[in-house]
Ligand binder design. Structure first.
Ligand SMILES: [Zn+2]
Length: 373
């Protein structure tokens, strides 16, 4: 049994407690919160400087792209990022890819992350995830801009999903983004969903060109899709709002996490969960979302991949959010832990409620995180 206390305790399901004490079992289960240090005998207390909060949830990552660290040039824009960097993902040996995955996971653990919403196009991360070092929700990403390839896309996605599930890991097929899935593919993803799917996600309004494609059938994304001969049903006779264009085909009554939202306006916001990846947005588009438009009970944070970030640290993401919003510490920590755990369905994580095993982080001045339990 351990009794942890710091300047402030952030249980996240209730208000912060000055010099509160957190009692945890040796395996990290929350037993009880004491409002005062005097409620616990002094020799039992482990006293820290700073604040104690639950382990972080990285709501959006692509662990399998970890070997692409430093490959993309900063600030060149999204279309350049995809066409010049992501296609290099196969220019590496299997050993290099697996080594980068392991190293990236270690980095997340050292940075106080306990769970990850992870996008997968392959089974490259399967071996690492089976070690059970972190909780993962695996989102198997469907991309399909050609009507003729819907069936083959879905069957390869299902094969990947089933490999994850066979290893006891949570996995769900999800759309990549509004501009990269023909409507038939979205319909099909809804049809194949089953009772094991707890939550869904897609990349949303990451670039201005996505909005232009739907509002005015023009712009860089429109030109690019035309160049590669994409099926026109992606933009023809669709809702003028890209998020709604997806949701009209995707009527699943389960939590949904919309990722990036860099070009989302207040009028676009739905009652779904929203995830921000500020460092990746700065890396690629040099833009940030307008944080004033989101419901802070439903806003989560992710690192995105090392292809578009130089670290996998929720704390570093929080610093950018703090500089660009009026969120207080309690709100920032909810975004970092509680909201992501809820969106991804990790009921044992995210707060210091009795019975949970959320991990315990010590933070000093939002600059350094230390894993305490
Ligand atoms: Zn992503």
């Amino acid at each position: 049994m351990r009794f942890l206390t710091a300047d402030y305790l952030y249980p996240l399901y209730k208000a912060p407690i000055k010099e509160g004490v957190l009692q945890i079992s040796n395996k990290g289960e929350i037993i009880r919160i004491f409002e005062n240090r005097s409620d616990v005998s002094a020799e039992k207390l482990e006293i820290f400087k700073g604040v104690l909060c639950p382990g972080f949830v990285n709501a959006h990552c692509h662990l399998e792209l970890s070997h692409l660290l430093g490959i993309a040039e900063k600030g060149k824009g999204f279309i350049d990022f995809v066409s010049s960097s992501i296609h290099k993902r196969n220019d590496f040996t299997k050993e290099e890819i697996l080594e980068a995955i392991e190293k990236a996971e270690q980095e997340m653990i050292a940075n106080g992350i306990v769970a990850v919403g992870d996008i997968c196009n392959t089974v490259d991360t399967l071996l690492q995830k089976q070690k059970g070092n972190l909780h993962y929700y695996n989102f198997i990403e469907a991309v399909g801009v050609y009507e003729t390839e819907v069936e083959s896309t879905i069957s390869s996605n299902l094969a990947i999903r089933n490999q994850f599930r066979k290893c006891g890991l949570q996995a769900t097929v999800v759309p990549h983004a509004p501009y990269s899935c023909v409507p038939q593919l979205l319909d099909k993803i809804s049809v194949i969903s089953d009772k094991f799917d707890k939550t869904f996600t897609f990349h949303n309004q990451e670039i201005a060109a996505e909005n232009e494609l739907f509002t005015s059938q023009s712009g860089a994304m429109f030109d690019w899709l035309n160049k590669i001969g994409a099926t026109k049903t992606i933009w023809e006779n669709r809702n003028k709002n890209s998020t709604k264009a997806v949701l009209e085909h995707f009527k699943i009554n389960k939590p949904l996490l919309l990722v990036h939202n860099t070009f989302t306006k207040k009028k676009d916001v739905t009652d779904n969960y929203y995830c921000t990846c500020p460092k990746a947005n700065l890396y690629i588009e040099n833009t940030l979302p307008d944080y004033s438009i989101f419901d802070t009970e439903k806003l989560c944070v992710g690192t995105d991949s090392l292809a578009s970030n130089d670290s996998l640290s929720i704390l570093e993401e929080l610093l950018i959010i703090q500089e660009n919003s009026n969120f207080d510490m309690n709100t920032l920590l909810k975004i970092a832990s509680k909201n992501g755990a809820e969106a991804l369905g990790f009921s044992e994580l995210g707060t210091f409620e009795k019975g949970k095993i959320p991990g315990v982080n010590l933070i000093q001045a939002l600059e350094k995180v230390e894993v305490i339990a």
